[in-house]
Design a protein around this ligand. Sequence first.
Ligand SMILES: Cc1cc2nc3c(=O)[nH]c(=O)nc-3n(C[C@H](O)[C@H](O)[C@H](O)COP(=O)(O)OP(=O)(O)OC[C@H]3O[C@@H](n4cnc5c(N)ncnc54)[C@H](O)[C@@H]3O)c2cc1C
Ligand code: FES
Length: 343
Amino acid sequence: MFGWSKRQQHTVVIDDHPAFAVDKNETVLNAALRHGFAFPHSCKAGGCAACKCQLIEGKVRELTDKSYLLGQEDMDAGFILGCQSIPQSNVVVLLPVNPLANQLSVGTLRQQIPLTHDISEIVISLDDPLRYLPGQYASVSALDTGLPARCYSFAHAAPEAGAQEVSFFVRRIPGGGMSNWLLASDSLNKRVELRAALGEFHLRDADGPLLCIAGGSGLAPLLAMLEGAAMTSAVNRPVSLLMGARTQHDIYYQDAIMALASRWQAPFDFIPVLSEEPADSDWSGRRGWVTEAITPDRCVGAQGYLCGPPPMIDAAINIMTSHGVASDAIYFDKFSDQSLTVR
Ligand SMILES: Cc1cc2nc3c(=O)[nH]c(=O)nc-3n(C[C@H](O)[C@H](O)[C@H](O)COP(=O)(O)OP(=O)(O)OC[C@H]3O[C@@H](n4cnc5c(N)ncnc54)[C@H](O)[C@@H]3O)c2cc1C
Ligand code: FES
């Protein structure tokens, strides 16, 4: 009896597909991929949430703490990370509904346009058009390098038929494999593969104000979202765009943001907030943490859209909820990296 139960294989059901078996110590994601199931994923290491799914039945052992990536609502609803979950019984999971997921597109790295000392705009021309919602991201692989795929958020809105060229704002991470490869001059004209469109960060219908908070390269999905919104009736919603940066030299895309603001049909406040600007500089704007610019008046009736480093997002959510914004009216993408997730 004991021997039989040791050998017993658990099964996984994804949505309403037929069950498949998982090996001992195999994650939901690896088992799904082994059985040829197109399960959305990117880092496979608990760092991006691309493999997020809802556990409906059964038990899993989780390899890492998912709370740095998933919001409380998701955790309360039973969401897990497929790449970090080993079934301990037969399980049933549901994937978030995303009709744009599982597009695979190959392209060529065409341009690297410096924006700040450590962020550049990367332009990729694609062999076939790729469809995505402004705010979503792609899992990017550098072909023939062996580097693990990493997630990057589209920096501009796409035409409805799909984008033939896409841009990302990539920040150089010291010791980082993919970011340094994307920014290296000898990577120009090299081939890359994009899995997209991932994530649930996109504009939701409503009439109230938009409170957008960006840190570093986190401006990319917010810019794409606002560019997309400018072509819809959402252009009538008041916007506060708070951008956290260290010094004046770390603010970028200001002219494009001001041009967007001038076309906007409702008030559009762009507020850069500098945390390390020298005290004796000519900067007359706001100083401190970007989260200190979240005032109660900006929160009234607002939806929150937050992108950037996880600590900034956690702090912003705390402040916004303390000013009365419901947690289910706050949407975010945490730009986590392996230093936060690999132990
Ligand atoms: C949804 C999402 C969207 C994102 N969008 C963007 C974007 O638009 N722009 C952007 O610039 N970034 C974005 N990111 C972050 C991006 O995906 C990468 O994590 C980032 O570029 C670093 O990748 P890398 O390969 O260069 O670094 P990695 O090689 O992954 O290394 C990152 C850091 O971890 C350290 N590290 C690596 N391995 C280990 C280990 N085993 N133990 C401890 N530390 C380790 C490295 O030294 C380095 O400091 C996003 C992330 C997510 C999850
Ligand atoms: S693929 Fe699971 S968290 Fe990235």
